[in-house]
Design a protein around this ligand. Structure first.
Ligand SMILES: [Zn+2]
Length: 468
């Protein structure tokens, strides 16, 4: 067969070149309704009905995925992350191992690394939290943060980023080396904050980018709470692309970006925080989309979620939504809790009702842009009396990741009701999660599939599954 005939044959048989650059975005807890609600919210802020589409929701290929785990129809982030990372179902709580909790299963990041692609694993929560961990670690328990961190050090991947490490010291053996040391010794340059990335990581071989010392939490702040100078998910994504992209590198890169705090906000049933988090996630995806526009034939972008959180419902009985009301909320439930805490401190725990009213007005628009029913005002007043006068009987509002001042949780609940959002649960659900895709191979992400199909398809499209 002549060379021309062979070429023609290859073309006809569809031997298109595999994408060199693969982006996998995971919105933790981002079900279909989290996406829909964000779009209604953006439009509602303009005083209009309908939706303002997010960038990623306009990608040409869409699908839906089931998210059940090997041990439950309702997955946690460990089994959900493992499914999305490795294509294997496992039990809730398990990272990167089969359901026998003994056999390690290989992630697409590990396959990509073997294949010769550069690999980046990033998140807005801690770098050794369940979702990112599923791409590089193999542990029976997602809570073994130290052991997970040691596997980060030995992964050989090129770029990691997130809020911080969830744990630095081995809780069972205080004499064991600290994770920061292990990670440095493994050849990683650890940089704190985006400016330090820009100055200290230019020539670095491998990078771990985390927040500056003194950050409020070991996760990135919620987008709704972020201040100038805080590390953001868009900065992390910018740094990741900057570090991983090298046009001379023939095997390209694989980059996973997790929007981890959509889940946190939904666990707390905090709609305004969840929607801002989804907008923030979309902003990070826009960077990948810009990259795709520069390299359309060589890039694949896939967006999905590990599960839905909160049973987020768009409506609460009457046939309308007022999502625009959520604009009045200036901080997350956790953020307002910190404000309340500061007020307690500054007044030696003698906060007056007038001071509390002022803080609620400033941060939720109550008695200002948001009109309260008498019974809501009474409920706030009663909570104030309970928490700030007499016995100061403060029963903290507990969600998975936060213990909040009850008045903060109540204010969020009232505003969510006014916006006509409802939340049946504070945990995960088995609702469908969405898939959006664009680029080389994106057409394979349509229809109903299982979450385990997503990494299998990515690995096959990019050729990672052929790496020895
Ligand atoms: Zn969760």
């Amino acid at each position: 067969m002549s060379v021309i005939a062979l070429c023609l044959c290859c073309c006809l048989m569809g031997f298109a070149k595999a994408p060199k650059y693969v982006f996998f975005f995971i919105g933790d807890g981002m079900g279909l309704n989290q996406v829909a609600a964000t779009q209604y919210y953006l439009r509602s802020c303009q005083g209009e009905l309908g939706i303002t589409p997010l960038c990623f929701a306009q990608f040409p290929y869409t699908g839906i995925a089931t998210s059940y785990s090997a041990s439950s129809d309702v997955t946690d982030s460990a089994a959900g992350g493992t499914a999305l990372a490795t294509g294997h179902k496992t039990n809730n709580g398990v990272i990167g191992m089969a359901a026998d909790e003994a056999t390690p299963v290989t992630s697409i990041a590990e396959m990509a690394h073997r294949y010769g692609a550069k690999v980046g694993i990033t998140t807005s929560v801690t770098v050794n939290h369940a979702t990112p961990a599923s791409f590089y670690a193999h542990q029976r328990s997602r809570n073994d943060y130290y052991e997970i961190g040691t596997q980060l050090a030995t992964s050989g991947f090129d770029f990691f980023a997130g809020g911080d490490l969830a744990e630095n010291v081995n809780p069972h053996d205080h004499a064991a080396p600290q994770l920061y040391d292990l990670i440095s010794e493994a050849g990683y340059t650890i940089v704190r904050g985006y400016d330090e990335y820009e100055t200290k990581a230019i020539d670095a071989d491998k990078v771990l980018l985390i927040q500056k010392h003194g950050a409020v939490e070991n996760t990135l702040p919620y987008a709704i709470d972020a201040r100038e100078g805080d590390l953001t998910l868009t900065q992390i994504t910018t740094a990741a692309i900057d570090h991983l992209y090298d046009k001379r590198h023939k095997k390209g890169f694989f980059l996973m970006v997790e929007g981890g705090k959509i889940d946190y906000a939904c666990h707390a049933n905090d709609a305004a925080a969840a929607l801002q988090e989804t907008v923030d996630f979309d902003n990070a995806i826009r960077l990948a989309y810009e990259f795709y526009k520069q390299h359309p034939k060589e890039t694949l972008i896939v967006i999905s979620a590990d599960h839905e959180t909160g049973g987020f419902t768009l409506g609460n009985g009457s046939y309308e939504l007022r999502f625009g009301a959520l604009q009045a909320q200036k901080v997350s439930q956790a953020g307002f809790s910190r404000i309340v805490n500061r007020m307690r401190h500054e007044t030696k725990d003698n906060v007056t009702w007038e001071q509390m009213k002022e803080a609620l007005k400033e941060n939720f628009g109550f008695w200002d842009t948001v009109q309260l029913r008498e019974r809501d005002e009474q409920a706030l007043r009663n909570e104030y009396e309970r928490s700030f006068t007499g016995e100061k009987n403060v029963k903290m509002a507990e969600s998975l990741y936060y213990r909040d001042e009850p008045i903060s949780a109540l204010a969020v609940r009232i505003l969510d009701r006014i916006a006509m959002v409802s939340w049946p649960v504070g945990s995960h659900t088995a609702a469908y999660v969405p898939i959006f895709a664009i680029g080389n191979g994106a057409e394979q992400f349509t229809g109903q599939m299982d979450n385990t199909d997503i990494p299998k398809r990515i690995a096959a499209i990019a050729g990672y599954d052929k790496a020895k």
